[in-house]
Design a protein. Sequence first.
Lengths: 201, 158
Amino acid sequence: MPQWVKEDMGATSLALDCDAELMLRVREGDGASFALLLEKYRVSVAHFLYRMVQDQPVAEELAQEVFLRVYKSRESYEPTAKFTTWLYRIATHLALNWLRDEKNERSQERLDEVAEDGPVREVADRAPTVEHQMVRQVKLEEVRKAVAALPDKQRAAVLMHKYEEMDYSQIAKVLSCSESAVKSLLFRAYETLRVRLAHMA
Amino acid sequence: MNCPIKTQENREWLLEYSAGRLDGERAAMVERHVEICPACARFVEGQRVVWNALGQWESPELSADFNRRLYQKIDQAQPSTWLGRFLQPLWRPMVPVAAMCLLIVAGVVLHTPTAGVSPVHPRVENVEPEQVERTLDDLQMLRELSLTPQETNASQPM
């Protein structure tokens, strides 16, 4: 077995021990262990959700829902997988659901607008106008839009790969799919991003 | 090393190499290949642009009251009735034990043999006529004693 695989497995089992042990203590009613897990993961979970939904108040609400569900599920928690896999599975599930509902709502709004106003209007962009932004802000806006344009699962895979530094097997577990499916998701997503962001070289 | 793009073998190595996450030995293999393969060189260049662009995207900081709001929600989610609190995780393992004890006690009470203990049954005793007569006299006497003089006079027949 290659050394890098062994190191990876070692790191995984170590993390499993530490976080899963804390979660098992939460199951026994230890509030301090829950506070530790919250402190350790709240920022990364909230950032992941922000990049998924691209709306800060919504991302915070979803992040709170993630930890609320962790707390509520403490009695049924079994350390069968890495704690972060379980945590991000909850987060991804909530984000994908929110995106689906948001899309439905938007499409309904568009239908309503067609019915009321006749011609289809463009949906207002929540981002500030690019004319008044600095170059960096323009670039960030382009990155945000490029990521937002990705299909939801591709987006989740890219965010977990890039920002959470998850390996393919963990992303596969979070998204409940095979490792090869994750590789395909990532290759398609990065291909789209390479085309859209090529001018930023 | 075969071309990952043409053969689809170890394609992920190109991604990891572009991100700087590939270990030394494999990174050296990819590097040697990229030097002689224009397609892979273009891939790596484009991927590095994406990687750097994504790296500039920072998330806003969390609200200062994030934890307070969360704990408030947790408190609200707690059961408010005494029964709900009783069924909290710390007590829940004891509920089956308590139920078992209750069953045992009920079983013992219901199946305890009653021999030796005389059952109490209401019974009608025989009452002698003289006894009844004497009791009525006593009652009459008590009634007279409890009356005031005026009442005594009033109660006497004219």
